[in-house]
Ligand binder design. Sequence first.
Ligand code: F6P
Length: 363
Amino acid sequence: MNDIKRIGVLTSGGDCSGLNTAIRAITFAAVNKGWEVFGIHNATDGLFVRPMRYQKLTMSDFEFPFAIMGGTMLGTNNSGNAHIQERADGTVEELNDEQLLQRFKEGVQELGLSALVVIGGDGSMAIVSRYCQKAGISMIGIPKTIDNDAPATEMAIGFATARTVVMDALDKLDTTAASHHRVMIVEVMGRGAGHLALESGIAGYADVVLIPEIPYTYEGIVNRLLETQRNGRKHGLVVVAEGIKTPEGRNCFSANGKTYGGVSEYFAERLQKDGFNVRANILGHIQRSGSPVAGDRILASRFAVHAINLLSEGKNNRVVALKDGHITDFDLGYVLKVSNSPVDPNSEMVKVAKTLGIYVGEI
Ligand code: F6P
């Protein structure tokens, strides 16, 4: 037990659906223990900038509509550069490491925080944990990512909704593909991991699913599409994870030069030249949006309740996780040591796809 009176909560990294559910559940569980909750705006930036940006969170903040919306009501930041801070009047100031730490310490002191709950990736947790340590407060991490490759957990917040968004898109694209006897190439997010492409491809009845973890051949794709046509289906659905390489070994990047994007265009062009009627669709950031599905709302609620229980037991530097279907927690040091979890090419999920006749490449 401990003497917690006030905690902070923040979201960090790319947004996804289910973050507001997690913020809501943190607030409800903490308030029911008699604690106060402060939501820090724009990841840790809310503590670095002056005046600070935060809000006191109460149960009534979630009556409508935040908890059923995608995004994060607290704002977030995935630029990875805390040194440049924009003040409320639009002017910019540059802060060095020492100043950032000083601002952080002042911030948690002014708000009277004993702990911070970080809903983000393991990288964000590691950074915030160092600040928390120096400021003498506890940190608990809750994993989120639509890529579902967070270390040490079987599922992260955001994945279930993104998977449904992609499945819905595939259902919609299937009817227009069927009407025009076309092959639809559908490019799905996931960075270096293929979980989103693979699981949504199974759910959306794709003919081909290409993921970064499994090598493929262009001929393999063509053969699968021709076989589909021979079987009487004159259209096709090809799901490509954004992080796959072209057969020449090249990754494709978005206009920003940083994030993956555009590999579907490569296949559209090549298949078109080879006689297929093709259209490419890059689903993009819609995959990070939408009202969270039940799976994400339940996972976010379970993670949040566990996080609050850890704090009331006096725990620090723990990351909540789903393991064998149960909610548990790991030391942050351990989580940082185990690498991100890509798709296992020998997993049951891959075997299911193959058994159903989906071309997932060759191992
Ligand atoms: O990691 C989540 C993710 O959505 C990836 O799937 C995607 O490649 C990337 O973030 C996009 O990042 P940004 O929001 O910077 O465009």
